[in-house]
Design a protein around this ligand. Structure first.
Ligand SMILES: [Zn+2]
Length: 279
């Protein structure tokens, strides 16, 4: 199913855990954005982002510049042909007005700090100004850029890329938080399983560990070697061909056990990151 034909919600909770709700919300639950409870005090329009905000920001605010640079970074990293669709960001100034809006427009959803809502008509981010605004915006905007450019993105991969880009880390340097968590789980018997991730197609099925594992596969494939990187990028950029051969099978053509290779990378990278700085 073309996911842009359905309403998709991706939302960030504390700790940047996200869920996607697909097809569970009909388009009728999404009302127009001319309602008076939506941020509209300030409006900044750039080529690919429109920000509606109740928080005053200048056109050259670092947050706006960061989103522009993030869009370029995503295109460079993923060799993505960027789409022309604009992403609209609705930024509330306080949690009270934000949660009131959510209750009115998306009743029943749990309160989270940010949502991405993608439909065939509109790509929108709803969020509130908090200390985590930078990473929340980076995460949701990654969803926006992907859905503005591609007809479909598998759920686990969508979240894996959003987790990959949400922190402004040096390219190739793995996230300490997920790396530490996955290494600890591995010591207790957990093993990566890409085929299991590929089966996930409902947000309710995705747990925090699934976001961490999705990040790990994305990071490892991008930086392991040119073959794993090409395999990932071909899979992403040619979704019509992706259905014919899942990524797990593509990786199996490159190596006998990608799961073991990822597990080794997690253990080795984590032990390296634990070595104290000698300087
Ligand atoms: Zn997400």
């Amino acid at each position: 199913m073309n996911r842009l034909n359905s309403v998709q919600l991706v939302f960030t909770m504390v700790g940047c855990l996200c869920f996607c709700l697909q097809a569970g919300c009909s388009s009728s639950t999404f009302r127009g954005n001319n309602d008076d409870d939506i941020p509209g005090k300030y409006r900044i329009k750039t080529d690919h982002v429109i920000l509606h905000s109740d928080v005053k920001l200048d056109t050259d605010d670092p947050l706006i510049r960061e989103l522009k640079e993030l869009r370029r970074q995503i295109a460079r990293t993923l060799e993505l042909e960027l789409g022309e669709k604009q992403v609209e960001v609705f930024m509330f100034k306080d949690e009270a007005s934000y949660h009131r809006f959510l209750a009115n427009h998306f009743p029943g959803l749990p309160p989270r700090r940010a949502y991405f809502v993608g439909t065939s008509r509109k790509l929108a981010i709803y969020t509130v100004w908090t200390e985590q605004i930078r990473e929340d915006l980076r995460h949701e905007f990654t969803h926006g850029v992907l859905h503005a450019s591609l007809p479909s993105v598998p759920l686990w991969l969508d979240e894996g890329f959003a987790e990959y880009f949400e922190l402004p880390t040096v390219p190739g340097v793995p996230r300490d938080d997920y790396l530490t968590e996955l290494a600890r789980l591995q010591q207790n018997g957990w093993k990566p399983n890409l085929r299991r991730l590929e089966q996930l197609d409902a947000v309710g099925e995705m747990q925090r560990l699934d976001y961490a594992e999705s990040w790990a596969w994305v990071h490892w494939m991008l930086h392991n070697n040119p073959q794993t990187r090409t395999s990932l990028l071909d899979y992403l950029n040619y979704p019509d061909r992706a259905d014919a051969m899942p990524l797990s099978r593509r990786l199996n053509l490159l190596m006998p056990s990608p799961e073991q290779a990822l597990a080794r990378w997690i253990a080795q990278s984590n032990s390296r990151s634990q070595i104290p700085d000698q300087n």
